[in-house]
Design a protein around this ligand. Structure first.
Ligand SMILES: Nc1ncnc2c1ncn2[C@@H]1O[C@H](COP(=O)(O)OP(=O)(O)O)[C@@H](O)[C@H]1O
Ligand SMILES: [Mg+2]
Length: 1192
């Protein structure tokens, strides 16, 4: 926070020293130099430790903006450049922290800027205290506005243009603001001192009366003008004495509005305002009463009409008023006995002076009433802490100085005393008391001057004045002479001397010669009895209330003198100030011409000297910036040490001093930076104190930010939770859809496969325990596809089938058959095997004139088939025994399917023989035996000399579910996710992902579900790439059907390579496909067209085709690839358009991928959930109906 300084500060870097305590040489010249350097750069504030020095710039400098004010809030003195806001901040903050009353003492000559400074302090406090902008506490806001509005009001009535200052305060004031427990202003009080009432009747040339008269004369309403006889100021004698009616740059009419507004804010009623203006008018009109000289040293009011108007305004009968003005009531006295009263006529001068006294008395009382009225508005019965701001006229020296100047200078002496007491004397005394090591500083103590003025024994000037007043009583003749004689006793004081009719006092601020004549009169300050009488008979209660004085002046009681009053007030003020912590602002006046940018060296030097800035610096440098009681220090800084504080609570149980030491030790404070006294701890440098403060602040700040962070975390946790719940719910919904889809899929697959399941179950029994198992055979039940070669669309097959071309094909596949060449050994030869409802065909490919030609090899009526044989090993041989001359020995992946279909066709279960040797008829009545031998050398069937070499398969007893349980298979087997996948965190709209991919799971947790969901048939980790034909014949026994091999099984691995399609070339699959595993024994799997050839997860090789040649490759030797005919299209239906609501990625090869917004054409509603559709490029496939919206 310390590095954020107001802009203007940066510009003033290196422009003299901010704090003159740091001057290299402590001399008055250095001080002057520093101030001058800064003044020239418009840096008007400089400090000496806590004391602020302000040099009046006599121009507006933009350093009082709200932004700059805000900058000072909460900052310690050294954090920002010296400023009146900084003093205000320290004052306010000390009040809060120390719980003690504070005061700001602003001193300086007239025009040095005291009042402006006081206003800035008020503004700062009003602005930073209480809740900003809140109107929750009406009272606080009200008090604040009164505090701010008293300025324009009191300035109107108490300020005037003087030669030194266009807005010179002609009274002193001490403004106390009272704070409530939450440190908001809740009340206030003004004490006013010595209004310069002589100004009401007389001004120096170039000066004005109090502002309010000019404002009133220029701004009065028509009604007021008529009622009070108000005209322009030039018409009133009292306003024209100084020949100055206006002030440059000041609009009195405008100011009058502000004054009236201030009255309203403060709550001065319309009636009260009326009374005030009536009295103001009366004063003006009193001033216009002229006297003419009459013979016999008498005088007479010149213009009766003026007198009449005045008597009308003050509501006193005109004859009484006339008498009071023209005569003085006298009384004969005989010792203590009262005599007779008689009227003594007044000469013109006496009459004029009496008239002026009347006007001054009224104004003085009016001003006091105003202050009391403001106080009433700010009154608060509660007791609270106070901040007082003292703005009192500064030291004055004129060519001729009288009683007023002496009083003013006396007050300034008293203030200087307090300053010395606080900054110099008390400080040093305290060091002695506390036993602090310390080098005493010599300084001038002005106590002796105060004694000279206020002392009783020996009598001071005020005492002598009072004595003389008493002695001369109502006679003024000879009084002045008497004073000069008696005051000579003061010569014993070295600060006093007499000069003829005058005397000289050596003030701390300089020598001042006071004129003797007039002093006694001024000191008496008693209202003429005649005047008091007529004012008290006024019909205007407002006026009579201003003069509640006792009429009887003959009592033994001594009348109070002005000197006595001022002494009492000064003593009260001093005692108030001494009860508060003082803050000093010393205002300096750079020139006497009120001009900006003029720095008169000697003028400033004079002020530097009498303000004692040099001593101030010296004491400061030698002393300690801060001291406080051990207990107080502990209470304030216990947060700083973990020995004294735990979780912001004070835990110190020992004595306060040891606690203080623990705190200082925790902060590594250098031993030379503090001293321990008897009851107090003394901190030498303010910087150290500020650093303690900052650490303390930071503690709270850290606490606050911890709470803030915790709250923020809590909020974001809340949000995160709600997001998660939302996501989880969405996932759950999606999951439900997926589950339903999965179940539907399985159900569909099961529906399709279930007939074969039964078929297989039957066959299974025949094979069980009798034949070693091919891994693929035991994996699952698959749907029998039958016509793998799509014979109907292959004209060359149909051609080869000749007259059988119209028969219904129930099965077709590539295979190998055992051929029996006449002169050579039996061997395997590729064939196409086609089974129709009527016949079994084997078709071979022959090269004829470089053309591949399909020729019918054999044709066996289905009705002739009467048995099947299988080896007992894990091969793909099937021997189809017939009633014909010879049998058919076939090697085919789909041996079980062949058997099953033929059985079905025949409507019976033909016998099955399983043996190690299979015998069959290779020709009419010619037997051939193939022996099946185990041979691990050959992973694929090796057929030679009627021996089929077969690698060991799974044990014959292997049930299908046993395979599924095989741990090596377990984790790769499922097509449906084997574990419920991770929750990804973001769930988009339902877009069908491949089933093998993670499926969002309700709950969204990262944990896998303990039990995999619906885990259908497993797949071997390493698929056996090719079926192995086996050599060797076996004696024909009962052939048993086998479960379908190469059932479509799910796997997590994508199919990287093209998957051969039955009867077609390799068709690349664009997307990795994860297929549902084939269910074993129970659950049929696979929704779409089964893929007979690709074992689960088969990563690399195309599935070998019966006959040993992958379909992908052209048949060896065949010059022309066999062209595939397009499949016949489904008959067209009336078009129904469907709009895709979401993206869908095909999960199965028979499905169609589409994007949200695509338009598809309905081909067929296969069932409620799955429809056959065609996209715009003509591709057909199954689509989930829930993703689509049928367009009307
Ligand atoms: N900080 C300031 N910035 C600008 N002008 C100032 C400042 N302080 C005083 N002045 C000018 O000096 C004049 C006299 O100031 P004021 O406070 O009335 O003096 P004092 O109260 O000491 O007699 C003001 O009217 C104003 O024009
Ligand atoms: Mg002032």
């Amino acid at each position: 926070m310390a590095n954020k300084k107001p802009e203007w500060n940066n510009a003033m870097k290196n422009e003299g020293l901010d704090d003159m305590t740091l001057l290299s040489k402590v001399t008055n010249d250095q001080i002057l130099d520093n101030l001058k350097k800064r003044f020239e750069k418009d840096i008007i504030y400089t400090s000496i430790g806590d004391v602020l020095i302000a040099v009046n710039p006599f121009k507006q400098i933009p350093i009082y903006t709200d932004e700059i004010l805000e900058d000072y809030v909460g900052k310690s003195r050294i954090e920002l450049p010296p400023h009146v806001f900084s003093v205000a901040e320290q004052t306010y903050r000390s009040m809060i922290n120390e719980k003690e009353n504070q005061c700001v003492i602003i001193s300086g000559e007239s025009g040095a800027g005291k009042t402006e400074t006081a206003k800035l302090i008020m503004r700062y406090i009003a602005q930073v205290s209480g809740e900003k902008g809140s109107t929750s506490n009406k009272k606080v806001e009200h008090i604040k506005s009164i505090i701010l509005e008293t300025n324009p009001l009191l300035e109107a009535f108490g300020n005037a243009k003087t030669l030194r200052n266009n807005n010179s305060s002609r009274f002193g004031k001490y403004f106390e603001i009272q704070f409530n427990k939450t440190n908001e202003p809740e009340g206030g009080k003004i004490t006013n001192y010595l209004l310069e009432k002589s100004r009401v009747t007389w001004q120096l040339n170039g000066e004005r009366n109090f502002h309010i008269f000019y404002q009133f004369c220029k701004g009065a309403t028509k009604k007021e003008q008529d009622e009070f006889g108000i005209y322009g100021p030039e018409n009133f004698a009292y306003l024209a004495k100084g020949n100055t009616l206006d002030i440059d740059g000041v609009d009195d009419v405008e100011e009058f509005q502000l004054t009236r507004n201030a009255m309203n804010v403060i709550g001065i009623t319309a009636q009260e305002q009326h009374n005030i203006f009536k009295l103001l008018a009366a004063i003006l009109w009193i001033g216009n009463i002229e006297f003419k000289e009459l013979p016999g040293d008498k005088s007479q009011v010149s213009d009766q009409s003026v007198l009449d108007f005045v008597s009308q305004l003050i509501e006193v009968p005109n004859n009484f008023l006339k008498t009071a003005l023209e005569f003085r009531q006298m009384e004969t006295r005989h010792g203590n006995q009262r005599g007779t009263q008689y009227n003594v006529p007044l000469n013109k001068t006496q009459a004029q002076s009496g008239r002026d006294a009347l006007a001054k008395a009224i104004y003085d009382r009016l001003f006091n009433w105003l202050v009391l009225r403001i106080n009433k508005a700010m009154e608060n019965p509660n007791k609270g802490l106070l901040i007082g701001v003292l703005d009192i006229y500064g030291f004055e020296v004129f060519d001729k100085n009288g009683f007023d100047q002496m009083v003013i200078n006396y007050i300034n002496e008293k203030l200087q005393q307090i300053f010395i007491e606080f900054t110099l004397k008390m400080e040093q005394e305290e060091y002695v008391r506390e036993g602090i090591k310390w080098e005493p500083i010599q300084y001038f103590d002005n106590k002796i001057v105060c004694e000279l003025i206020e002392g009783k024994n020996p009598p001071g000037i005020f005492s002598i004045l009072d004595d003389v007043c008493r002695a001369v009583h109502s006679q003024s003749e000879g009084a002045d002479q008497s004073l000069i004689q008696r005051i000579a006793v003061c010569k014993a004081n070295p600060h006093f001397d007499t000069r003829g009719n005058a005397f000289c006092v050596k003030h701390y601020a300089g020598d001042v010669t006071y004129e003797g004549p007039g002093m006694i009169e001024k000191n008496k300050d008693t209202l003429l009895k005649d005047h008091l009488e007529i004012l008290q008979m006024s019909g205007n209660s407002f006026l009579t209330a201003l003069f509640p004085d006792e009429i009887d002046q003959d009592s033994k009681k001594l009348p109070t003198t002005a000197g006595f009053k001022i002494k009492t007030q000064a003593a009260e003020l001093v005692s108030t100030l001494m009860k508060s912590t003082p803050h000093y602002i010393r205002c300096l006046k750079p020139n006497d011409v009120k001009k900006p940018n003029v720095f008169e060296g000697p003028r400033v030097m004079h002020q530097i000297k009498y303000l004692g800035l040099l001593d101030n610096i010296k004491v400061r440098r030698a002393g300690f910036a801060y001291r406080t009681l051990f207990q107080k220090f502990l209470e304030r800084y216990y947060l700083l040490s973990d020995k004294t504080c735990y979780a912001a609570n004070m835990i110190w149980k020992g004595d306060p001093l040891s606690g203080c030491r623990a705190i200082l030790a925790s902060q590594n404070v250098d031993a030379t930076h503090f001293q321990i006294g008897k009851s107090k701890i003394f901190i030498r440098y303010p910087e150290m104190l500020f650093s303690l403060e900052e650490t303390r602040e930071r503690y709270w700040h850290d606490m606050a930010s911890r709470i803030k962070n915790a709250y923020r975390n809590y909020k974001s946790f809340q949000e995160e939770c709600s997001n998660r719940i939302k996501n989880a719910f969405r996932n759950y919904k999606l999951y439900k859809v997926r589950c339903a889809q999965t179940i539907q899929g399985y159900y569909r697959a099961w529906k399709q496969a279930s007939p074969y399941f039964d078929m297989r179950a039957k066959n299974e029994q025949l094979i069980q325990n009798r034949k070693e198992r091919n891994r693929f055979s035991v994996l699952s039940v698959r749907k029998f596809f039958g016509d793998y070669l799509d014979v109907r669309s292959q004209g060359y097959f149909l051609d080869a089938m000749a007259e059988g071309r119209n028969e219904e094909v129930i099965f077709s596949a590539k295979c190998q058959v055992v051929v029996h060449p006449i002169l050579s050994a039996n061997k395997l030869s590729p064939r196409f095997l086609i089974v129709t409802k009527q016949h079994i065909y084997t078709i071979k490919l022959k090269q004829k004139k470089n053309l591949a030609t399909y020729l019918l090899d054999r044709k066996i009526p289905v009705s002739d088939v009467n048995a099947f044989s299988f080896s007992n090993l894990a091969d793909n041989f099937i021997f189809i025994h017939t009633a014909q001359e010879f049998d058919l020995a076939v090697v085919c992946d789909f041996k079980t399917e062949i058997m099953a279909l033929l059985n079905q066709q025949k409507g019976t279960q033909l016998p099955v023989n399983i043996n190690q040797q299979i015998q069959y008829f290779k020709k009419k009545s010619s037997n051939n035996t193939i022996t099946f031998v185990k041979d691990e050398m050959h992973k694929e069937v090796f057929f030679k000399k009627n021996q089929a070499h077969i690698a060991t398969g799974l044990p014959a007893s292997t049930p299908i579910n046993k395979v599924r349980k095989n741990p090596s298979v377990k984790n790769t087997s499922s097509g449906v996710p084997k574990q419920i996948p991770k929750f990804s965190g973001t769930v988009p709209k339902p877009s069908a992902k491949p089933m093998g991919k993670p499926m969002p799971q309700p709950g969204g947790g990262p944990k896998p579900m303990a039990k995999p969901m619906a885990q259908p048939g497993g797949a071997p980790q390493k698929p056996m790439a090719k079926p192995m034909p086996q050599p060797g014949g076996a004696p024909m026994s009962k052939p048993l059907p086998q479960p379908g091999a190469g059932a479509p099984v799910g796997g997590a691995k994508p199919m990287a390579k093209p998957m051969p399609q039955p009867g077609g070339g390799p068709k690349p699959m664009a997307k990795p496909m994860a297929q549902p595993g084939a269910p074993v024994a129970k659950q049929p799997v696979g929704r779409g067209t089964p893929m007979p050839s690709q074992p689960n997860g088969g990563p690399s090789k195309p599935m070998p085709q019966p006959g040993g040649t992958p379909m992908a490759k052209p048949t060896p030797g065949a010059p022309k690839p066999v062209a595939m005919k397009p499949k016949p299209q489904a008959p067209s239906q009336p078009t129904v358009q469907m709009l895709a609501l979401y993206d869908y990625d095909a999960n199965q090869p028979d499905e169609l991928t589409f994007k949200e917004g695509d338009v598809l054409t309905l081909v067929k509603k296969v069932d409620a959930d799955w429809w056959l559709a065609q996209n715009t490029s003509g591709t057909k496939g199954m689509v989930p109906s829930v993703y689509l919206e049928v367009q009307k």
